[in-house]
Write a protein that binds this ligand. Structure first.
Ligand code: ATP
Ligand code: MG
Length: 722
């Protein structure tokens, strides 16, 4: 293969990085400067030119999806299969280590990953067992405590409480929780990292093997590594591997989850004579988008400092839309997406970014109303839907009878007469005898400790699980899923439910079977297909999306958008209290992280960027009136064009308290606009607040001066404009 191909499409500095002799390297550069591209080319270079076997390479990416994309890109470039190449997220790679060395890691072969929902339930069980009141020991906070300790590599035995009663109790809960997980062969997300770190730390043989094996380690998005991930990396690298890290301190957005941007400086200290390469040319965004993003981020203190420029066009100005409320914001976005499509753009080229998952609902509704396909990336969590979790729990229990979290979930789903009081007895028995629920059920049946009816139900349940296990032995993965979904009674249960929701649930169950059929396990030689699938479902919970429509608008949080790029980007909800978030308040550290998040959001845009804020917003059932975000003020006015809809008229009398002029979108179905003053024969005068539905279904909300707010069917309301 022609080596120059590997350097094509790179600038001089990028080439320096790609073709550097084997050494430690830091590529520090701003958004869109080609860091990820350099990392991909470097991997290919190492294989093609330095003749490093894929087997000796380890690459860490930010998402599983990114790993898959990179893998196929490199496979195309170098023309060989890369099954031997370890590439994935910190969690994915750590998990792989644990699978390969489950015995050394003191785990049962069928150990299962649990998500935060499962963890929450287990924590509640522990609290109950320890007789602790949830009012004082909020399960969420306990969860947070346990995970944060794990991220700092702390075990209950190494923690000291210094006489602090609170701390002492939390440590006790942590210990009991861990015992319960260990017994059931369950591993939470933080545990995956900590276990595999401990495995490397405590087992010289395993450590030696991998230190020998990996000659080169490459890490993308390094600015968001936390303590345990960094320690893990150091152990794996040992004294021989060359480590290349790629990152941008301005895009460190996971501080709230323990990520430490200081790891960049730490790297420079821990790894001998690293070469630092800075990339300064941006290839992603137009001049204006880049200058505006640079202006915003320049308000942060203590940056490592980067100059980012582009020789591309300035492009169009950034458009700012001041919406009347969140519905107006959503409608505006939809109208612009429609326009984009009318001009020949694809829907997949458009991304709508928001600060909180909760903001997506209104956007989804607006898109649905207009028949525009969309996909929520990282938010809707296919694998976290109720029916999917039920189905997965059956598969998990079949895979590992000691999986307490799975058993809890399905023992009475569909209902089979095993009520709460029976389960309380079982839990108590399990606690007293230090056994799993399954073991306890067996023993309780044996000792006749359950009432006649409950005993019958329990033994039928256990027989069902054992039978399903037998039935699916020789089936392919999708057949296994299909069989279990139907024979467990789950499918029939959801089918018997009425309405659209029930239909979606059965569709999702079918989709799960599809997902099983389409998975590719070439990399998972350590596991059975079922184990591999269950692990993947847990690890990629937030990433998987049913591919219903290939051309769909991308909806995602700003956090999820990291590393991605789109021709058309909307950042919405730019309001004080939303973004920057309420919690960041006056805390300068958190505020700077919010600003970095804004920088990340803006720099996702290639051609056109829209920024939106709403003057009033209903969220979590409350109406809020927030000022436009400070980040909007930080963008020099010359780069921004304010959008005024031509149909807008008077300023609404009640909503002008912030002094900014409202633009109103036309009320397409009735001829009334949001904020417009109207007269009703019986109720008198009022202001249009909101509307929903179309045609005969259309309803309008008016705030009447005398009576307050009312919803009326538009076609009967006989309103007159004032
Ligand atoms: P981020 O910080 O957002 O992760 P990044 O630094 O990783 O960004 P890339 O995603 O690698 O940047 O590159 C941004 C865009 O610029 C991509 O579309 C990439 O293909 C393109 N690009 C990178 N380098 C060059 C180059 N030398 N010539 C042309 N295009 C380039
Ligand atoms: Mg990148």
């Amino acid at each position: 293969m022609d080596v120059s191909l590997l350097l094509d499409g790179l600038n001089d500095k990028q080439r320096d990085a790609v073709a550097a002799p084997p050494q430690h390297m830091l590529v520090l550069a701003g958004a869109g400067s080609g860091k990820t591209r350099v990392l991909v080319h470097r991997l290919a270079w190492l294989m093609q030119v330095e003749r490093v076997a894929p087997y000796s390479l380890l690459a860490v990416t930010f998402t599983n999806k990114a790993a898959q994309e990179m893998r196929s890109r490199i496979e195309q470039t170098v023309g060989v299969s890369l099954n031997n190449l370890w590439m994935g997220t910190f969690h994915g790679l750590s998990h792989r280590l644990l699978r390969a060395h489950y015995q050394e890691a003191n785990l049962p072969q069928g150990f299962q990953i649990i998500d935060s929902d499962d963890q929450y339930r287990l924590v509640r069980r522990v609290l109950k067992a320890l007789n602790l009141d949830e009012k004082h020991w909020a399960p969420k906070q306990v969860q947070w405590f346990i995970n944060a300790r794990k991220d700092d590599a702390e075990r209950p035995g190494t923690l000291t409480h210094g006489g602090d009663f609170n701390l002492q109790t939390l440590i006790k809960i942590y210990a009991a929780y861990q015992e319960m997980c260990d017994r059931a062969g369950l591993v939470d997300f933080a545990e995956i990292l900590l276990r595999s770190f401990e495995l490397l730390k405590n087992n010289a043989q395993v450590r030696g093997h991998y230190q020998q094996r990996f000659r080169h380690i490459l890490v993308d998005e390094f600015q968001d590594t936390n303590t345990i991930q960094y320690q893990w990396l150091r152990l794996l690298a040992g004294d021989h591997a060359r480590v290349m890290i790629v990152g941008d301190d301005d895009q460190s957005i996971y501080g709230w989850r323990g990520a430490k941007v200081e790891n960049i400086q730490q790297f420079l200290k821990d790894f001998p004579s690293p070469e630092t390469i800075r990339l300064e040319q941006n290839y992603r965004s137009t001049g204006i988008i880049l200058k505006a993003a640079n202006a915003v981020i320049s308000n942060n203190q203590g940056r490592l400092g980067k100059d980012l420029w582009t020789d591309g066009d300035d492009g169009e100005p950034i458009s700012l839309y001041s919406a009347f409320n969140e519905l107006d914001e959503a409608r505006f976005i939809v109208s612009r997406i429609r326009e984009w499509r009318r001009q020949g753009g694809k829907l997949t080229e458009a991304a709508v970014l928001y600060r909180n998952n909760a903001q997506s609902r209104v956007l989804e509704e607006a898109l649905i109303q207009d028949g525009i396909h969309y996909r929520i990336y990282g938010g809707l969590r296919f694998y976290e839907r109720q029916e999917i979790k039920d189905a997965l729990s059956y598969l998990r229990l079949i895979n590992n009878r000691q999986d307490d979290a799975a058993l809890e979930r399905i023992i009475n789903t569909p209902t089979r007469g095993i009520g709460d009081s029976s389960m309380d007895k079982v839990r108590e028995f399990a606690r007293a005898s230090s056994q799993t629920l399954w073991q306890s059920l067996q023993q309780m049946l044996h000792q006749k400790e359950l009432s006649g009816r409950a005993a019958n139900a329990v033994s039928a349940f256990m027989e069902l699980i054992n039978k399903l296990d037998d039935d699916i032995r020789d089936l392919s993965l999708d057949e296994q899923a299909d069989h279990v979904i139907h024979q467990s009674g789950l499918y029939a249960m959801y089918q018997a439910e009425k309405g659209e929701k029930a239909q979606t649930r059965t569709e999702n169950l079918n989709e799960l079977v599809n997902a099983c059929a389409n998975l590719n396990f070439s990399n998972n030689e350590e596991m059975t297909p079922l184990s591999a699938f269950l692990s993947q479902a847990a690890l990629e919970a937030g990433e998987y999306q049913a591919e219903e429509h290939s051309d769909a608008v991308q909806l995602m949080t700003l956090h999820t958008a990291k590393g991605l790029e789109f021709p058309l980007v909307f950042v919405c909800g730019l309001e004080e209290g939303m973004f920057p978030s309420q919690q960041s308040g006056d805390d300068p550290t958190r505020l700077e992280e919010e600003r970095r998040l804004c920088y990340v959001g803006m720099t996702r845009a290639m051609q056109k960027l829209y920024l939106c804020h709403a003057e009033s917003r209903r969220l979590y059932g409350q109406e809020q009136y927030n000022k436009p975000s400070r980040f909007l003020r930080e963008i020099p006015a010359e780069y921004v064009e304010e959008i005024r809809l031509t149909t807008s008229v008077s300023r609404p009398t009640q909503f002008n308290r912030f002094g900014s002029a409202a633009s109103h979108s036309a009320f397409e179905n009735t001829g009334f606009k949001l904020g417009q003053r109207v007269h009703h024969e019986k109720f008198g005068e009022g202001t249009v607040l909101n509307y929903e539905g179309t045609g005969n279904q259309s309803r309008i909300q008016i705030n009447f001066d005398a009576l307050g707010s009312k919803w009326l069917v538009t076609s009967y309301a006989r309103l007159t404009a004032l």
